[in-house]
Ligand binder design. Structure first.
Ligand SMILES: *[C@@H]1O[C@H](CO)[C@@H](O)[C@H](O)[C@H]1NC(C)=O
Ligand SMILES: *[C@@H]1O[C@H](CO)[C@@H](O)[C@H](O)[C@H]1NC(C)=O
Ligand SMILES: *[C@@H]1O[C@H](CO)[C@@H](O)[C@H](O)[C@H]1NC(C)=O
Ligand SMILES: *[C@@H]1O[C@H](CO)[C@@H](O)[C@H](O)[C@H]1NC(C)=O
Ligand SMILES: *[C@@H]1O[C@H](CO)[C@@H](O)[C@H](O)[C@H]1NC(C)=O
Ligand SMILES: *[C@@H]1O[C@H](CO)[C@@H](O)[C@H](O)[C@H]1NC(C)=O
Ligand SMILES: *[C@@H]1O[C@H](CO)[C@@H](O)[C@H](O)[C@H]1NC(C)=O
Ligand SMILES: *[C@@H]1O[C@H](CO)[C@@H](O)[C@H](O)[C@H]1NC(C)=O
Ligand SMILES: *[C@@H]1O[C@H](CO)[C@@H](O)[C@H](O)[C@H]1NC(C)=O
Ligand SMILES: *[C@@H]1O[C@H](CO)[C@@H](O)[C@H](O)[C@H]1NC(C)=O
Ligand SMILES: *[C@@H]1O[C@H](CO)[C@@H](O)[C@H](O)[C@H]1NC(C)=O
Ligand SMILES: *[C@@H]1O[C@H](CO)[C@@H](O)[C@H](O)[C@H]1NC(C)=O
Length: 643
């Protein structure tokens, strides 16, 4: 059998990538958000280069593609924004008139970003509840007390790890709704989390594959990439397995690429926000990921980083091509198909790829496959079993002085939360994107004593600390964030909290953060990050809990909450236009803005109580697959405690 990293020449494959396959795929792309554009299924393959040869660009600004798209997107957010703001009726403020007075100059109006943290299926489902609340297509989301339309009014939507499954899944399925993902006419709902990813999709669910067929499929697709001459890692298996749960296509759509989103007619017309997934770089020799680690983003056009280290972007569609010093040598062909949608989602969540090693608990797995997967461990060492391998490094010999991987043809990425920045704020605080407000849904598991798995501000603290590092922050500013103890003592992790309300109290332009922590509204949604099975009852109740967190129980916990959401949306815009802040908004800011108070003593045990009536999920208990057999590297064991 071929070794994990066996390297073949790709020349044998050139014939597979006929231009007609691509033309057909591009036609398909016109009807689906993400589509099977890869020339040869899961395996990347050489193709003819476009007339303008792809190259690496410096991160000094936005890509032309994003800039052009933004013009349409900002304009398209105006109507949904006007609709939402007039619906929530900010007392004493004519929101309709304000929008109309400024609609000729859209930069005066709010520029909104959404961010969904990591935290496994807990983060995916809790985040889905908030996303459903933001989405005007969700039944009742535009009723009084709800906030539907925020999604349609947003410019960006970022996801990381479990939050990346949410965002990636929605965009890989034609920007569908959360509701559609869980609706199951004839059991065809897409998010079937009742069967562990180790066992494969349920019979009668979206796929009818038994476990052996499922593993053979994973093996065959990943092996096709090996045979095409590309390095693979556990993340390839993990991403393929995830695709079965997240992408509604036969065999999890092995040819679906993340870059195909750029060709979708609706996305091109800017009818949906721009999706961004986040990962960290693991530089050569680096084992522990620190706050100074390079943070990378994947968006529909590009992959790269604004950090001063890498400071460059590669065209996502042509990942896998042999870029050197930012260019593709004249005699080299282009490669497409490396940015498989599942692989990109798997990269952002690579901390979980070791789940796939927990095979001993599953019956019927062929021995050769068991051995292949375990072979990865001996091949790369346990400290590295969370990597996603992006060889050939598109940033080879690029920015030699600062880029930590400039001298190696290998580029390895890991889970975007490994630097503790578990909310994907990094792409949204870049000054060139000029985001005014970020709705940050935090489903992190930070608390380690007493009640486990609730957030305590760790992710925000990390991003704040990074913004204070002169070397790394590179022009990004971030609101002041208090310590963990203050979060717990003041309950900032138990209810919505705004940070950075005063734009003048910052080192530079920075967005207002609307922090929406996971807390118990109708269910104790602090399930383990590594719980790999959720029956539909529990899945749905966590989604509903997230909905209630985002809407404050549809305004039953605070009748002014929808107005306060509107005030947060408008705050920076008010500053720009010199608009007097309405009284209702002042009251909102008094209530929800962190005012600088510290309470840093060790807090009492955090045992949050339900804020609304409990919902019953009784029945037989769903087992967590994360068992004692799992093989973990030392660096990862630490993360299990507070993910
Ligand atoms: C994708 O969504 C759009 C609008 O929501 C819809 O018009 C179109 O039919 C959908 N395409 C597919 C292939 O489902
Ligand atoms: C647009 O609005 C911005 C922010 O309020 C302002 O700085 C700029 O001058 C305005 N441009 C025009 C053409 O009015
Ligand atoms: C929508 O609201 C109506 C009226 O309040 C209610 O009967 C219905 O159950 C709600 N639907 C959902 C999906 O919550
Ligand atoms: C999943 O695919 C099936 C079959 O094509 C389709 O009927 C269903 O609407 C899709 N679900 C979603 C959420 O897109
Ligand atoms: C700031 O970042 C630099 C460069 O990555 C790093 O070496 C340094 O340790 C960081 N400083 C602090 C205080 O974290
Ligand atoms: C960010 O980093 C790049 C590359 O090191 C540098 O050229 C640029 O001036 C930096 N920007 C700011 C605002 O510091
Ligand atoms: C890229 O370089 C590798 C190693 O030199 C080579 O095997 C491969 O064929 C090249 N890819 C293309 C598309 O030329
Ligand atoms: C980067 O480093 C490589 C290897 O040392 C060298 O060949 C290349 O010319 C350098 N690139 C630049 C732009 O200096
Ligand atoms: C907050 O979370 C961090 C990270 O898990 C943990 O070390 C710390 O003890 C927690 N503090 C409180 C007060 O919950
Ligand atoms: C809020 O509305 C959602 C969606 O309609 C519903 O599921 C939820 O139960 C409502 N919450 C409360 C507290 O009524
Ligand atoms: C204002 O800025 C100072 C200095 O960064 C900080 O200590 C303080 O907490 C900030 N106040 C608020 C309310 O954010
Ligand atoms: C679903 O899972 C929950 C949590 O493990 C459990 O309490 C409940 O009994 C299960 N419900 C069914 C119908 O299996």
């Amino acid at each position: 059998m071929k070794g994990a990293f066996s390297f073949l020449t790709a020349s044998a494959l050139t014939c597979l990538a006929s231009s007609s396959t691509i033309a057909r795929a591009e036609l398909d792309a016109l009807v689906k958000r993400a589509s099977p554009q890869a020339p040869n299924g899961y395996a990347p393959a050489p193709v003819d280069c476009p007339e303008t040869r792809p190259s690496i660009r410096p991160a000094a600004g936005l890509s032309n593609s994003e800039t052009e798209w933004l013009e349409k997107r900002r304009a398209n957010t105006i109507e949904p924004m006007r609709d939402l703001l007039t619906r929530i009726n900010i007392n004493g403020f004519d929101a309709g008139k304000y929008i109309d007075d400024n609609r000729d100059n859209v930069t005066a109006l709010p520029n909104i970003g959404l961010a969904f943290s990591g935290g496994g299926y807990r983060a995916m489902t809790n985040g889905a509840g908030a996303l459903a609340a933001f989405d005007n297509r969700t039944p009742n989301a535009t009723s009084a007390g709800h906030i539907g339309g925020l999604l349609q009014a947003s410019t960006y939507i970022a996801g990381l790890s479990g939050g990346g499954w949410l965002v990636g899944s929605i965009y890989s399925n034609n920007f569908t709704t959360v509701q559609a993902m869980i609706d199951q006419p004839g059991e065809t709902g897409v998010w079937q989390l009742g069967n562990s990813i180790l066992v494969g999709p349920e019979k009668g669910g979206i796929q009818v594959l038994d476990t052996v067929q499922y593993y053979n499929n994973l093996y065959d697709t990943v092996n096709s990439k090996v045979e095409a001459g590309f390095n693979t890692s556990l993340t390839d298996y993990w991403g393929r397995a995830l695709s079965f749960q997240l992408i509604n296509a036969t065999d999890g759509g092995p040819a679906y690429t993340f870059s195909s989103i750029q060709d979708d007619e609706d996305f091109r017309n800017a009818n949906a926000p721009m999706p961004i997934l986040v990962a960290d770089e693991r530089a050569p020799g680096e084992t522990l990921i620190s706050l100074s680690t390079t943070v990378l983003e994947f968006n529909p056009w590009e992959m790269g980083s604004f950090d001063p280290t890498l400071f460059g972007f590669a065209p996502l569609r042509y990942l896998g091509s042999n870029f050197t010093s930012g260019e593709l040598p004249e005699d080299d062909r282009c490669v497409r198909g490396m940015d498989n949608a599942g692989f990109v989602m798997g990269t952002s969540s690579s901390l979980f790829n070791q789940i796939i090693l927990n095979l001993d608990t599953v019956e019927g797995i062929p021995d050769f496959l068991r051995n292949t997967l375990k072979g990865f461990l001996s091949g790369i060492g346990q400290d590295n079993n969370d990597i996603a391998d992006y060889t050939p490094n598109p940033f080879y010999h690029y920015n030699n002085e600062t880029n930590p991987s400039a001298q190696t043809k290998r580029l390895t990425l890991v889970d975007g939360g490994e630097d503790l920045q578990n909310i994907p704020l990094h792409p949204l605080i870049q000054p060139v994107r000029a985001v005014d407000v970020i709705f940050a849904v935090d489903s992190s598991a930070d608390t380690i004593e007493n009640a486990l798995n609730w957030p305590n501000g760790t992710a925000l603290i990390a991003t704040y600390e990074r913004s204070l590092n002169e070397t790394m922050q590179n022009g990004t500013a971030f609101p002041a964030i208090p310590d963990h103890n203050t979060f717990v003592n003041l309950g900032l992790n138990n209810r919505p909290t705004f940070f950075g309300c005063d734009a003048n109290n910052m080192t530079g332009p920075a967005p207002l953060i609307v922090y929406l922590p996971n807390a118990p509204y109708i269910y104790h949604s602090n399930t383990s990050t590594f719980q790999m099975e959720y029956n539909n009852t529990e899945r749905n109740v966590i989604i509903q809990n997230g909905y209630n967190a985002a809407t404050q129980g549809n305004a039953t916990l605070d009748t002014d909450w929808p107005s306060c959401v509107g005030c947060a949306m408008l705050s920076r815009s008010f500053d720009r236009t010199g608009q007097q802040v309405p009284d209702v908004c002042r009251q909102c800011f008094d209530r929800y803005c962190w005012n600088g108070t510290l309470a840093s003593d060790t807090p009492a045990p955090y045992w949050p109580e339900l804020k609304l009536s409990a919902v019953n999920v009784s029945g037989k208990s769903g087992a967590a697959i994360f068992g004692p057999n799992m093989v973990l590297s030392a660096s990862v064991v630490g993360f299990l405690l507070f993910w």
